[in-house]
Design a protein around this ligand. Sequence first.
Ligand SMILES: Cc1ncc(C[n+]2csc(CCOP(=O)(O)OP(=O)(O)O)c2C)c(N)n1
Length: 550
Amino acid sequence: MKVSDLFVKALENEGLKYVFGVPGEENEDLLFSLDQSSSVQFIPTRHEQGAAFMADVWGRITGRAGVCLATLGPGATNLLTGIADANLDKSPVVAITGQGDLDRLHNTSHQNIDVVSMFRPVTKWNTAVSTPHIVPEVVRKAFKLAELEKPGATHIELSEDVAKENTPEIDLIEPDNIRRAAPDYKALNKTIELLEKANRPLIIAGNGAIRKRASKHLTQLVNTYDIPVVHTFMGKGAVSDKNRHSLYAIGLGFKDYVMEAVEEADLILTVGYDIAEYAPESWNPDNSNPIVHIDFEPAEVYTHYRPEVEVIADISATLWELNKQLDTEELSFEKRWYRDVRRRIEDDIQSYELKEGDDFTTPGALNLIRQALPDNGLLISDVGSHKMWIARNYPTCCPNGCIISNGLASMGIALPGGIAASLADPDRHIVAAMGDGGFMMNVQELETAKRLGVGFTTVIFNDNDYGLISWKQQMNTGKSTGTRISNPDFKALTESFDIKGYRPKTVSELKQQLEHTIGSQELAVIEIPVDPSVNSELTEKLDEYWRKQD
Ligand SMILES: Cc1ncc(C[n+]2csc(CCOP(=O)(O)OP(=O)(O)O)c2C)c(N)n1
């Protein structure tokens, strides 16, 4: 067999279903080997970035590595943003790139750049396949490291000449099922001691809390002991926002209502909290509260994050132990001290309800999307001002019920993400929510979606602006520059892909169109022209609120 055949057998051995990518001359052999596979399908995308984002969202949803493929040079550079995104967002992804023959890589030669060095800072591990017999080890290692807590991206380079070589069939290495470590009893005892001293403990749930079975044990913990929980953007859904202990999300660049609970807490337990998402100085400016760090990995050394105790183990095992060992008799938590904060957050979300005749706003439209999506539906957010509204205003009812990129936070993820999510679960009701800026960054993947026959709704919040940037500029300087853009006719553009496009004019039309496209799982794009004045009004409203509190 050829090395490329062996490589594909190693991919099959991982239980892989899809490879997303753009072909190149240098991965010709690999593509033909993929073509022979009965279990792995190659899906051509319209840009390598789209392929990487598809692998990224596939990884987040399934917990198994998503795989993307590009050729050498420009293909590899195009893939890079999506790989960095997966890595910083802790999503398991394996990237594969082609390369020229090994005997020309020391020279200046056509499309030759040092791809392995380029990918090193944005992956957990990467290597080039230098010789045939290492293929089983390299592929297994790439998947193992990508999926191991904390997950992330890995990268394999396969040169054209190596892929072509003949090789005897070599034994593959079976994927293993690693048991993660149980928590140390001294660290657990210290945690219990701190909880017994506390009156107002609060949990910050990060993206580690939505993985594996952590969410189930976390929900049991907050229900049994009456502890409020706030979620980072990527932790949304760890505890359902319908649960009265949920205080929704934390992480906006300005002080939101939820901060009141964080300030009033006297003990913070972080669960799967990722510092890349939301810096500790934003919620712990004077290092005033004791912190318990519950995670798969030790805490970063950080001035504003100095845990009293670190429980480094499988998160669900730690939460399970706490559920078992905490004794309600020994706890003296103040009852429902956070109730008003939750009420304020919910009243605020409701206040954006759109009435007939109103101009569309992002938070108003989000309320309608929430009503149209079932509890187990999925909203994938792109990056921009709409992401801030989704984080604070979109109640999430299950882990991975709302996917937000908040590590690298790259624009353009939601549309390719919608494709991957639909492939992962064709029965799921899915909305990809984007700004006009982010939509135009990966609009070409509409063709991929159409070709694959997937069904989900893309919503474009159109403000003809890089809205988040102008919002922040306005906040900092009172004016904005370099952000205004103009757009094509989104409805006509969508229809040129033979996909249904909508541009509602009234609130009832928007409601009806959302219910129709989401309910019927039609592949559709809805353009919602939004009035962005709610953005600065929110910051003013919050400023006013905090002024009154002082
Ligand atoms: C790839 C990439 N480029 C630039 C940025 C910086 N950035 C963050 S939000 C934003 C504006 C987003 O505009 P749009 O997609 O229209 O959404 P809106 O803010 O209007 O909701 C920009 C340019 C980024 N996060 N990612």
